[in-house]
Design a protein around this ligand. Structure first.
Ligand code: UD1
Ligand code: MG
Length: 451
């Protein structure tokens, strides 16, 4: 799409959100709204993208999108037409066609916009816009047509000229423009009743001049829904959530009760994984194939291998290799890393620790700042006492060690390979490999084997 450039408008005041956070930085399914149009333009192969920001939100938007796009700052929120004219400096005379998207309409689909660009070119139109029929026009722009069905303009709700509850055809806020026509006509648009310059006034200007202004209709009016307030934010989130679930089910993921499953936009899930009710997969979570997650699991920014089971548990920033099982009712915190075949049962908390292959921790306990060797057994109620009130210390448990029930490992401390601790031991010194530590404080009791 070489002769095309994209412009995304995100400089509005967003007053109806009643938020300190800029509107397009609010998230929909865990992803900032502004990222949806940016990624859509990338998917279309449009490299030149200018984002119109306000002086207030420019640092945050820039912080999020970095140098992947260019920026045009609109000094005052004087309307979508004014915001678009700010992008002219970055683009003038360098592109033939422009695709303009709003930062607050994340449901617009790739296929639809692709089709719009094609019909824009096929019709030789100067302005094409995405339109569709909805049961209530609400605060959106209504499309006006003459008797022959030609678009004559867009009537804005802000100008008070339509019934919000009446059905009608609305403007979705996605436009293709011939760049030369746009720059020439944008300067001429007069402000609406609110004093703002509307991009949508270009429709009437083009229609009056007999230039090609066309509407491309979507059959899925949900695509047209923008976010102006938090009710719309929740609605759009719900629609996006359904869409994401449907995509995963079509890709081979099962859900017994899809309505109770929440999957963020950036999550990935492998084939034949089963998601049980009341499960949330958020952030950048990656789940492998043939896993069973839930019921009642929350998995945030975690990586889960193939064939794992996570039942009624919470994972945050955790990594599970293949064949790991967790839960019910355990909490894996950032830095928890469970190697192949490890098993963590109920009421365990693990943080910043690596559990080697086949480690068993069947019951309640706390493992923090530790590394646990292969096949070690961690008894019920064992605790790594990692914090002395001032700083954190590490615990090392080597391969095949057996940590007895209720053992307190006072870090820094090491339990050697094949060593054991007795029930209730308070271990304050290292236990050599193959030895047994018992008591409070623990003494080394089992003699060294001599064979
Ligand atoms: C706009 C359209 C309306 C359409 C609806 C679709 C106009 C005048 N109206 O209304 O026809 O049905 O979107 O969702 O365009 N923005 C700026 N600078 C500004 C004002 C807005 O960059 O001065 C940005 C906003 O950040 C937002 C986008 O433009 O991302 C749309 O603005 P918004 O105020 O939400 O327009 P709507 O009232 O939703
Ligand atoms: Mg809007």
């Amino acid at each position: 799409m070489g002769q095309w450039a994209g412009v995304i408008l995100a400089a509005g005041a967003g007053e109806r959100m009643r938020s300190r956070l800029s509107k397009t930085l609010h998230t929909v399914c865990g992803k900032e709204m502004i990222r949806y149009p940016v990624e859509l333009l990338r998917q279309l192969g449009i490299d030149r993208v200018v984002v119109a920001t306000s002086p207030a939100n420019n640092p945050d938007v820039r912080g999020l999108l970095g140098d992947s796009v260019e920026y045009a700052v609109q000094p005052e929120p004087q309307g979508t037409g004014d915001a678009l004219s700010q992008a002219r400096g970055a683009l003038a005379n360098r592109v033939e066609h422009l695709l303009v998207l709003y930062g607050d309409t994340p449901l617009v689909r790739y296929d639809t916009v692709k089709q719009m660009t094609t019909s824009h070119l096929n019709h030789g139109a100067v302005m094409s816009m995405l339109v569709g029929s909805v049961p209530a026009v609400k605060d959106l722009g209504r499309v006006a047509r003459d008797e022959s069905g030609r678009i004559t303009g867009i009537v804005e709700a802000a100008d008070g000229e339509h019934e919000p509850d009446a059905p009608g055809e609305i403007n979705g806020g996605v436009y293709c423009f011939s760049a030369s026509w746009l720059w020439e006509n944008l300067e001429r648009i007069a402000p609406g009743r609110t004093g703002e310059k509307y991009i949508t006034s270009l429709a009437a200007a083009g229609a009056a001049a007999g230039s090609g202004v066309i509407g491309v209709e979507t059959q899925d009016p949900e695509e047209l829904l923008g976010v102006n307030n938090r009710i719309q934010l929740a609605y759009v989130e719900g629609a996006m959530r359904r869409r994401i679930r449907d995509e995963w089910m079509l890709a081979g993921v099962s859900m017994t009760d899809p309505d109770s499953v929440f999957i963020d936009a950036d999550v990935s899930i492998g084939q034949d994984t089963l998601l049980l009710p009341n499960t949330m997969l958020t952030g950048g979570t990656e789940i492998g194939a043939r896993c069973e997650v839930g019921p009642g699991s929350v998995v945030r920014d975690s990586k889960i291998g193939d064939g794992c089971r996570v039942t009624a548990s919470m994972l945050e920033g955790a990594t599970l290799e293949d064949g790991v099982s967790v839960g019910p009712f355990s909490h894996l915190r950032p830095g928890a890393y469970l190697e192949t075949g490890a098993h963590v049962g109920n009421f365990a908390e693990i943080k910043e620790s690596r559990l080697g292959p086949g480690v068993m921790m069947g019951h309640f306990g706390y493992v923090g700042d530790a590394s646990i060797g292969a096949e070690a057994n961690l008894g019920a109620g064992m605790v790594t006492c990692n914090y002395d009130g001032e700083s954190k210390h590490r615990t090392v448990i080597e391969a095949n060690a057996f940590v007895g029930c209720d053992t307190m490992l006072v870090a820094p401390v090491k339990v050697g390979a094949g060593a054991a601790t007795g029930a209730g031991a308070v271990v304050t010194t290292d236990v050599p490999p193959g030895r047994l530590a018992v008591g409070v404080p623990a003494r080394i009791s089992r003699p060294e084997t001599t064979d």
